[in-house]
Structures are given as structure tokens and as C-alpha cells.
Design a protein. Structure first.
Length: 368
């Protein structure tokens, strides 16, 4: 037989079932000792470890060649040859420019001939002087004749000296017609062509010694006394973001700029592969101090406070707050000057949900 129940009775039965279901869930939760609340707040931890830290200061500047020479002629003339490739490497003593030297060659030939003639006249004057001294001893000549012969001999000797100097000068002028590289380096573009007429002092090209480069940059005055010659320098340029070029400080200005309160520092930078180019923009990092074996923790473990910083130390599955004094920061690590010992375990992530004494659950230990 089909039983019919009033609508009000059905609603009461449904509410009773729902209440019983909720009550059953609560009993299950209270009887489960492994619930998330009892296990503690999940956190990631890391150990205090020892690390070598470098205290550095950064400056920016422009790279310059260690030596730069403008190639200029010392004589006038027409360019006869330019036997180098623009922008290429040249060696010390390599011919860069030659100037038409035909007139200089003729002049040198004439000077040498004149010198030879003067030497002949000098030799003749010496023979006559010797002969006159013999005649004077025999009484066949007087002192005036001897004096006159001596004067002629001295004049001939002076003429020889003058012509020797003239020959040396002509030889030097002839050498000046060939412009050689004073050192190994990179040559710039040339400013003249074969057949151009140049005058002494005209700019022909520029030679750069790039095996070592220089960079000049400024440093705030508060680092006076800490930046010194022979300190290590690391230089980076945008053209090679994954490379660094080593060097060292060789000049520290004794004066601070009154307008900027900075002082000038120069560093020599090794460039054995010739990758660095004069005029490039670079960043220089000077190592002021190296601290070995310093206690460090991951930077994200720090919690900022009004007085400084604090961290949470793991003790008996609970987080204990502790004030710390920090030092250098380097690549995601921070030096702990006071407050922690090597080997202690600190909360690295999850500390925003903690207070002093909060029970924690370690989900990951990150000591990379």
C-alpha cells in the first residue's frame, strides 16, 4: 500500500538528514590527527652556509686604447703607396704610407758626391800641411806660409763635417718618406688616397694598440681610501653580455670633483682576443674586499622590520623569530654579521604566515 506523508513531515526528515551529515563530518575531522592544521604551516627551509663574498663598487665609462698614435708625415709630397687594409691588424715596423721620394733620392746622391769631393780636398790640404811643416824645418818656408796652410786644412775639415751632416739630414728625409707602424695594433680608415699631395702634419690614419684597453670612471667620494691601485677590476660590455674582461686599477685621482663629489679612477683591461673596441661603453666592477667563509642565507629568508631585519629559525618543528644584522648581498645571498651560526636552519619561504613559536611543516629544503 502506498503511504502518503504530509509535506511538512518530509521537510523535517530532510533537515535531520542534513544535520546528521554535517555532524558526521565534524566527528571525522576531530578524530583525524593528521589534518593540515595539526601538521603546521608548510614552509621551505635552508641552512646557514659559508660562502666567499666580494665587496664591490660599480662604475661606468668609455673604453680607450692603451696607446693611440696619429700617423702624420714629416715632409711634403705625393702619396705613392698605402699597403695596408683599413681596419686591419698591422705589425710594428710595417709600412703604412710611402711618399714619392725621387727628389729626395737625387738630393741624397748629390750630397754624397759633395761629401766625397770635400773629403778629397781635406786629404789634399793635409798633405800640403805636412809638406809645409817639412819645408819650415829645413828653412825653406816661413811661419806665415805654414799658418795659411793650416787654415786651409781646417776649412777643408769643416766642409767635410758640414757635408756629413747634410748627408745625414738627407738620409733622414728619405726615411721620413716611409711611414712605419710604431707598434702592433689596429689601423683606422685612411684619410688620403694614392696620388694625394700631403703636407707635413696632415692626418693620414690612426693606429690603436688594443691588446690592452683602458677604462676611466668615477667613484663617490665615500670610497676614498678604499679604491687603490692594483685592485682587481671586472669589465662588461653590452656586445658580450655573457663575458667579462679582467683588469686592474692603475690610477686613482688625488682630487675629488667639487661639483659631483666623485673622483676619477682608471683601469687597464686585458684584451688578448681584440674583442673590445675603442669608444665602447663599459661597466667596471672594482673588488674592494674579499671575505672568505662568511655565514650567508638566501635573501628571501629576510623579514624587514622597523629596526632592521629578522628571520625565523627552525627549532623543534616550530619557527622562532630572531633579529639579525646583515652585511654584503651577492647573487641572491645575504651575509649575516650577527644573529646566526653556520648550520642553523632558517625558513626560506612561507614566513609571511608565521609568528614566533608557530608550528611548521617542512615541505622542501633548498640549500643550492
Amino acid at each position: 500500500m502506498l503511504h502518503r506523508f504530509p509535506l511538512a513531515s518530509v521537510m523535517v526528515i530532510g533537515m535531520a538528514v542534513t544535520f546528521c551529515g554535517l555532524a558526521g563530518c565534524d566527528r571525522t575531522a576531530s578524530q583525524n590527527p593528521g589534518s593540515a592544521q595539526n601538521e603546521g604551516v608548510p614552509v621551505e627551509v635552508a641552512h646557514v652556509r659559508a660562502k666567499t663574498l666580494r665587496e664591490t663598487i660599480r662604475g661606468i665609462g668609455t673604453l680607450r686604447a692603451a696607446e693611440t698614435v696619429e700617423i702624420k708625415p714629416e715632409i711634403d709630397g705625393f702619396i705613392r703607396d698605402i699597403p695596408f687594409e683599413e681596419g686591419g691588424e698591422v705589425l710594428e715596423g710595417q709600412l703604412l704610407f710611402s711618399i714619392d721620394d725621387r727628389k729626395l733620392t737625387h738630393q741624397l746622391t748629390a750630397s754624397k758626391a759633395a761629401l766625397e769631393a770635400a773629403r778629397v780636398r781635406l786629404a789634399d790640404a793635409k798633405r800640403r800641411l805636412d809638406r809645409m811643416q817639412e819645408l819650415l824645418e829645413r828653412g825653406s818656408a816661413d811661419q806665415d806660409e805654414l799658418d795659411e796652410t793650416e787654415t786651409e786644412s781646417r776649412a777643408a775639415a769643416a766642409e767635410v763635417s758640414r757635408m756629413e751632416a747634410e748627408v745625414e739630414l738627407d738620409e733622414a728625409r728619405l726615411d721620413d718618406a716611409s711611414l712605419m707602424a710604431p707598434f702592433d695594433g689596429i689601423i683606422s680608415e685612411r684619410s688620403v688616397d694614392v696620388g694625394d699631395y700631403v703636407k707635413a702634419g696632415d692626418h693620414l690614419a690612426t693606429l690603436y694598440r688594443v691588446s690592452r684597453m683602458e677604462i676611466a670612471f668615477t667613484v663617490p667620494e665615500r670610497f676614498m681610501g678604499r679604491v687603490q691601485c692594483q685592485q682587481n677590476v671586472m669589465v662588461r660590455v653590452s656586445a658580450y653580455p655573457d663575458r667579462q674582461f679582467d683588469g686592474e686599477v692603475y690610477f686613482v685621482s688625488p682630487q675629488v670633483d667639487e661639483s659631483t663629489r666623485d673622483f676619477l679612477v682608471k683601469a687597464a683591461v686585458n684584451n688578448p682576443e681584440g674583442l673590445l673596441k675603442p669608444g665602447a661603453f663599459g661597466t667596471a666592477v672594482v673588488t674592494l674586499d674579499v671575505r672568505e667563509g662568511q655565514p650567508v642565507i638566501p635573501e628571501e629568508a629576510l623579514v624587514a622590520t622597523r629596526e632592521g631585519y629578522m628571520i625565523f629559525v627552525v627549532e623543534d618543528q616550530a619557527a622562532k623569530s630572531r633579529d639579525v644584522r646583515i652585511g654584503l648581498r651577492e647573487m641572491g645571498w645575504v651575509e649575516i654579521r650577527e644573529g646566526l651560526e653556520l648550520g642553523e636552519q632558517v625558513v626560506r619561504l612561507g614566513q609571511m604566515n608565521l609568528s614566533d613559536g608557530t608550528r611548521i611543516r617542512v615541505v622542501q629544503s633548498n640549500d643550492e
